[in-house]
Design a protein around this ligand. Structure first.
Ligand SMILES: [Zn+2]
Length: 306
């Protein structure tokens, strides 16, 4: 073998290694179609998200619909997502905590959403609990899992939890108060905070599963996502991550590993780690806390005249 073919073999092995080691993540957006805000109308938000996700050439994204947001105006937004090739799923009708509604009333709420989603194209049979509240104890959790299976649903779990909704609300509140937002600083804050949460849950997965699973990122259909999710995608790719479709991510073996614990509100990876003895306190990133995030947000100088 001459030097050139040796070099070629070496380059090929590097390429294979990087492909094998590419960590994979799918993007999901909860609470669609979220109402107008001081920063943008719902229609503008939808158009921005579609333009960004399409330009980034991600294979697909799943929008978990809060069905009581559906009206004549927002219906067209959901249709824009599906026309662009993205998919919809069930995030209940009223977005109440299943732990509070209970094993009888919660499935009724999900069924109401199922009926409202029926006329849409591209609906996938996944359901995600509001607040990731799976039920207040193991008996309720088990009963709800059975009811959702009976309704034809698979668990639309997330593996990466975060407080993107709180970052978005800080930006929207600033706009309501007519304060000036430094968008470059906001972009950096959003990308870094969310990227940290991804690495945090991936490290937990690598410890408790011995591998990096195909992740499912929990985001929201909010202003921050419309403004910055393209930057998050670019950052992920620069760090060697690959964006996969939610359908593909839900083929990972962890989809069939529903841990028998009451702790589900930080997502599937945290629940699995908890079932293997990791305490809840170690399964929540510090940024999943409003006080912590608010302080970091202020320190980042995102709002100019506060
Ligand atoms: Zn939600």
């Amino acid at each position: 073998m001459n030097a050139i073919s040796l070099y070629f073999m070496f380059a090929l092995s590097l390429l294979v290694t990087s492909v094998v080691n590419a960590r994979e993540i799918a993007l999901t957006f909860d609470d669609a179609p979220t109402p107008d805000s001081a920063l943008m109308t719902g229609q503008e938000r939808t158009e921005k998200l579609i333009a960004t996700l399409t330009a980034a050439k991600i294979p697909d994204a799943l929008f978990f619909v809060k069905a009581d947001y559906i009206n004549d105006d927002t219906r067209t937004r959901l249709k824009k997502y599906t026309a662009a090739g993205f998919h919809l799923a069930n995030h209940s009708y009223s977005h109440k905590s299943a732990s509070e509604l209970g094993a009888v009333d919660y499935p009724v709420d999900v069924y109401k959403a199922q009926l409202l989603l029926k006329p849409f194209a591209n609906v996938l049979p996944y359901h995600r609990f509001p607040f990731l509240h799976y039920g207040k104890d193991l008996a309720m959790i088990t009963s709800l899992q059975q009811s959702l299976t009976d309704l034809g649903y698979k668990d639309g779990y997330a593996t990466v939890d975060n407080f993107d909704w709180y970052i978005s609300s800080l930006l929207t509140n600033a706009a309501e108060e007519k304060k000036t937002i430094d968008y470059e600083k906001a972009r950096k804050f959003y990308v870094e905070t969310l990227y940290e949460s991804i690495e945090f849950y991936d490290a937990i997965a690598q410890k408790s599963l011995g591998r990096s699973p195909q992740h499912v990122m929990l985001l929201h259909e909010n202003d921050a996502a419309a403004l910055f999710v393209g930057d998050l995608i670019a950052h992920l790719r620069a760090k060697g991550w690959k964006i996969v479709s939610p359908q593909q991510a839900y083929q990972d073996p962890i989809a069939r590993n529903f841990p028998n614990v009451a702790f589900h509100k930080q997502g599937r990876v945290a629940a699995i780690a908890n079932s293997k003895g990791v305490p809840e306190s170690e399964l929540r990133h510090p940024s999943e806390n409003e006080t912590y995030l608010k302080q970091a947000f202020v320190a980042a100088g995102i709002i100019k005249n506060q």
